[in-house]
Design a protein around this ligand. Structure first.
Ligand code: SF4
Ligand code: SF4
Length: 130
């Protein structure tokens, strides 16, 4: 399950994700992080069964947590197998199979949206949201 975590750094530069790992014992996979001097945003992936304990601990540490239920959808009828999404995706979500048909490993996606913007046939879109 993916969580979008937003936190302030004004009260010191505490490593909030590391603290949550230490406190909960849950292995947190940080998929994307944008941190400046005043605030940070991180996209993390955790096991579904650990969602509540991690979310509660993050909230107790002052972070705002949003559960991301979005996913990238591929409309195979629109895809022309141009490969543009393969080139732009930072997570290697897309590959061609032996017959040069586009394959997607959605579990690797960090929802950056670059593939949607670049697709010349509007074959990619976001679904869901939370
Ligand atoms: S960019 Fe769009 S049309 Fe090109 S391979 Fe990817 S999904 Fe298909
Ligand atoms: S949203 Fe970003 S990470 Fe996800 S498939 Fe598209 S380019 Fe890759």
């Amino acid at each position: 399950m993916k969580l979008l975590v937003t936190f302030s750094r004004k009260e010191g530069k505490k490593p909030i994700i590391a603290q949550v790992v230490k406190d909960t014992g849950v292995l947190v996979n940080v998929e994307r992080a944008l941190i400046d001097s005043s605030e940070g945003e991180a996209l993390i992936d955790i096991p579904d069964e650990s969602c509540r304990v991690v979310k509660d601990r993050l909230a107790a540490l002052g972070a705002t947590v949003r559960i991301l239920e979005e996913e990238i959808l591929l409309d195979e009828t629109e895809c022309v197998e141009c490969g543009a999404c393969i080139s732009i995706c930072p997570q290697e979500v897309f590959t061609f199979d032996e017959e040069w048909r586009l394959q997607m490993d959605a579990k690797k996606c960090v929802l950056c949206g670059r593939c949607i913007e670049i697709c010349p046939h509007r074959a990619l879109s976001r679904r869901g949201g939370g």
